[in-house]
Ligand binder design. Structure first.
Ligand code: GLV
Ligand code: GLV
Length: 330
């Protein structure tokens, strides 16, 4: 029997894909650091039974309509806003993501970004590296304290809760806003639920971890930044389009807020001439939230396991569209 055909949109290490490779005909886009061009993705989609995708690949109705044999899209991310899940569900294509395995790693990066922004670590490290450190000085690169301040987490899913856990070690007051209450975070971490407006008006650190949906697009805009404290630091580790970047830039330039730590952007990658990069009070990272070697390998293996499950008519471990039905099963 013909083996199923799987297309992987980046080059992934053998130790992550080896097991799947024995079961299927597997082809990888031969680059690690460049996204697969749209026309090649379309061409591959036409042939494949499964796609292993990156968050930088847009899996829309055009791709899906071009993929008559496609049974599963396994996305190497917890977020899946790059995939038209509704349309995939209509076509009974399983959409899988990688939750849970990246929670601690992403929370570490988020808290690290908060710390780097507040204590100006990147500016400080650059100063030393550039030979500009002239003497110890009383207010050299003085930042803002983190301990005993108020953190406000917008989007209290697993990653938000894990960031809150880290905040308890810094004896912070923890506020959160979420569609639903998170009783575990309230009972075990002392997080306090509050309205979005109360959170942005009160928090010293506003940490955005909400998924990108039609409701959260541009959630942080000119009006939102105006309500924040002038000393507030804004951290975004979710998705760029949750923020109106021009409004953020203006808020930073006019001193409406004190700083921003950004792991994500409206359009990625950003160029070196991006306006936000002209500001010293911005720490910008290239979307590396879950990027520890261990976690990325685990995420890749989970994608492969999910593909294998669907192709062998089993239920994948982590599926986004729960309405998906196994074929051949009543
Ligand atoms: C990263 O942004 C992810 O969604 O996993
Ligand atoms: C700082 O290094 C200090 O000794 O205060």
């Amino acid at each position: 029997m013909k083996k199923p055909y799987v297309f992987v949109t980046r080059t992934l290490p053998k130790k992550a894909i080896g097991q799947l490779q024995q079961l299927v005909e597997l082809k990888m886009w031969p680059k690690e650091d460049v996204a697969v061009p749209r026309d090649i993705l379309l061409e591959e989609a036409r042939k494949c039974d499964a796609l292993l995708t990156m968050l930088s690949d847009k899996i829309d109705s055009t791709i899906i309509d071009n993929a008559p044999n496609l049974k599963v899209v396994a996305n190497l991310a917890v977020g899946f806003d790059n995939i038209d899940v509704e349309y995939a569900t209509e076509k009974n294509i399983a959409v899988c993501n990688t939750p849970d395995v990246l929670t601690d790693t992403t929370a570490d990066l988020t808290f690290g970004l908060l710390m780097a922004t507040s204590r100006r670590l990147i500016e400080a490290a650059d100063l030393v590296r550039e030979g500009k450190w002239k003497s110890w000085s009383p207010l050299l690169l003085a930042g803002q304290d983190i301990h005993h301040k108020t953190i406000g987490i917008v989007g209290m899913g697993k990653i938000g809760e894990t960031v809150a856990k880290r905040a308890t070690g810094f004896e912070m007051d923890i506020l959160y806003h979420n569609r639903s209450r998170n009783s575990e975070a309230e009972n075990q971490l002392g997080a306090k639920y509050c309205s979005f407006d109360d959170l942005i008006e009160t928090a010293d650190f506003i940490v955005c971890l909400t998924p990108l949906t039609t409701e959260t697009r541009n959630l942080f805009n000119a009006a939102t930044f105006k309500k924040m404290k002038r000393s507030a630091i804004f951290i975004n580790a979710s998705r760029g389009p949750v923020v109106d970047e021009k409004a953020l830039y203006n808020a930073l330039v006019t001193g409406e807020i004190a700083g921003a730590g950004l792991d994500v952007f409206e359009v990625e990658p950003i160029n070196a001439d991006h306006p936000l990069l002209t500001l010293k009070n911005v720490v910008a990272l290239p979307h590396i939230g879950s990027s520890s070697t261990e976690t990325r390998i685990t995420m890749m293996r989970l994608c492969c396991d999910n593909i294998e499950a669907v192709l062998t008519n089993n239920i994948p471990q982590t599926i986004v569209n729960k309405e998906w039905k196994q074929s051949g099963v009543n």
